[in-house]
Structures are given as C-alpha cells and as structure tokens.
Design a protein around this ligand. Structure first.
Ligand SMILES: [Fe+2]
Ligand SMILES: [Fe+2]
Length: 297
C-alpha cells in the first residue's frame, strides 16, 4: 500500500460511504427461498472438510454442519462488531467532532450497525441457534475494548476485519452458496474494504515507529484475534446437533483441521499485514506456527 494517512484520503472515504451507501434491506434479496441444493458456505471453509472424519458424515449432515457454522460465523461477526462499536464510541470522545477521524468513525459506526442488523437477519433467516461465546471470551472482549490503548484495539479490529474479509471473498464467489449469503458477503466485503484501508493507514503512525517489543506485541494481538475467531466457529454442541456419536472428538478434529486450512490458504492478507510492520521475529514466528499453523519465514 502506497497511500498515507491524509485528510484528503479520509475525506474521499467519507464521501464514498455517503454517496454509495449499501443498505442491506435493498441489497440482499431476503425474499428468496433457500433451496434444497443451496449450500451455506463453500465446502472448503467448513471446519471438518478435508479431514477423514468428514467422510463419516452423510451429505445431509455435511450440509447441516455448513448451516450451523455459517450461523456461528455471522453471529461472531455481529458480536465482535458490537464490541468494536463500543470502542469506537469510546475513541470518539477523544476526538474533535469536525476532524476527519471523527467523521470517518461516524460513517464506520453507521455501517457497522447496519452490518450487525444484517447478520442478525441472516441468523433468523437460517433459523440458527448460535452457540454464544464462553465466559472468558466475553470477559476479555469487554475488558479490552474498555481498557486497552487505542492502537491495540484498532489492531484487534483490523485482525477481525481481515479474517471476515477472507470468508466474505470465498462465500461471495461460490455460486453454489445461497444468493442471500452471497449478497450479504458481497456487501460486507465492499464496506470492510474501506474500513481495512482506513485502519491500516491509521495504524501506520504506530507501526512505523514501533521497536522490537511493540512490533512483537502487535503481532501477538493479530494472532490471538485470529485464534479467538476460529474458536467461535467450531463447537462440540454443533456436532451433537447433527447427530454424531462423539461430538467432542469431532470438534477437536475440526478445530485442528480448520486452523491448518486457514493457515495454509486463508491468512495471506493477515500475514502480509504483519510482515508489513516486521511483526515476525524469533519470538513471534514460533507462536504463529504453533497457534495458527501458519508457515512464516
Ligand atoms: Fe462490518
Ligand atoms: Fe468494519
């Protein structure tokens, strides 16, 4: 990325947001039925696909697993964006209302609220019953957005956006997936593209002058956020719902399998971002390999 943070760049982002708003009510064909042959997610994003246990599931169970997991994905986006909004509101109080940062964050808040409403509508449309985050997820989520410094939270927000962006790209491109989910992903993909662009520019102020320990810390924040998002998608309870004999065993295998697949195929943008601020070093490289199975040089 060659652009740098300037008022003119941010003004342009604000203008696009105002002139080309994407309203979920209009953009997504909510009236469409989900057909028997429709998928909910591209198969390669389903946690267990590619593992030997995947073949022990019937086609109906595989489809159901896709439905439950896409519900988890949508629920997790809504939940994490709710937390991001809490932080954006906190951060607004440190800014002046006529500044470009303040006005961009207002646009981002407006869009994020629309996204949350859209994700909630998807969960309802799919008759989903999300498995909610456990106590520690909720505790750390709330504690961090209320207390951690702005650069660390922007780093967390960006990590989640990079991951949602990968899922969005894969879902919107797979024509076997229901049109509702493809349009939801397309909308999110477009608007998150601007958020990611802005957040990267904003963070450059911090990453460009960070020393070894700060770069390592930022790298670990990105890694932990990716890990936490993964753990929200794969749940033993879901394997119980689709009727397998040993749900815990399936969930464990699925969790390892998903990390391997994401590490190998889906985290290029996150890895490139961390590389951009030299966040891989002797301290963080083994952690990335161990936690997310990412092969970083
Ligand atoms: Fe969003
Ligand atoms: Fe966003």
């Amino acid at each position: 990325m060659t652009a740098t943070f300037s008022d003119a760049t941010v003004e342009r982002l604000i203008r696009i947001s105002k002139e080309k708003p994407l309203l979920p009510e209009i953009f997504v064909p909510w009236h469409e039925q989900i057909r028997e042959e429709d998928r909910f997610m591209p198969e390669h994003l389903i946690s267990l696909q590619g593992h030997p246990l995947w073949d022990t599931l019937s086609p109906a169970q595989q489809r159901e697993l896709g439905r439950h997991e896409v519900v988890q994905v949508m629920y997790s986006y809504a939940w994490s964006e709710g937390l991001a909004c809490l932080f954006f509101n906190r951060h607004l109080l440190t800014l002046s209302p006529e500044s470009v940062e303040y006005r961009f964050l207002l646009r981002e808040l407006i869009e994020e609220f629309r996204h949350q409403e859209m994700f909630s509508a998807v969960v309802t449309k799919l008759e989903g019953k999300p498995v909610t985050p456990d106590f520690w997820h909720r505790f750390w989520g709330k504690w961090s957005v209320k207390n951690m410094p702005a650069d660390c939270i922007f780093m967390s927000v960006l990590s989640v956006e990079l991951m949602t962006d990968v899922y969005g790209k894969h879902i919107r491109r797979d024509e076997r997936v229901s049109i509702i989910l493809r349009k939801v992903s397309e909308l999110h993909n477009i608007e998150e593209g601007r958020h990611i662009f802005y957040t990267k520019l904003w963070l450059e102020r911090f990453t460009s002058k960070a020393g070894f320990f700060r770069r390592s810390w930022y790298s670990i924040i990105v890694l932990l956020n990716l890990y936490f998002m993964c753990t929200l998608y794969v749940k033993a309870e879901i394997f119980g719902r689709i009727g397998v004999q040993n749900p815990e065993r399936y969930a464990q295998a699925a969790s390892q399998n998903l990390k391997q697949k994401l590490g190998a195929n889906c985290l290029e943008d996150a890895v490139e971002f961390v590389q951009g601020f030299q966040g891989f070093n002797w301290l963080t490289r083994p952690l990335w390999r161990w936690v997310m199975k990412v092969k970083v040089l």
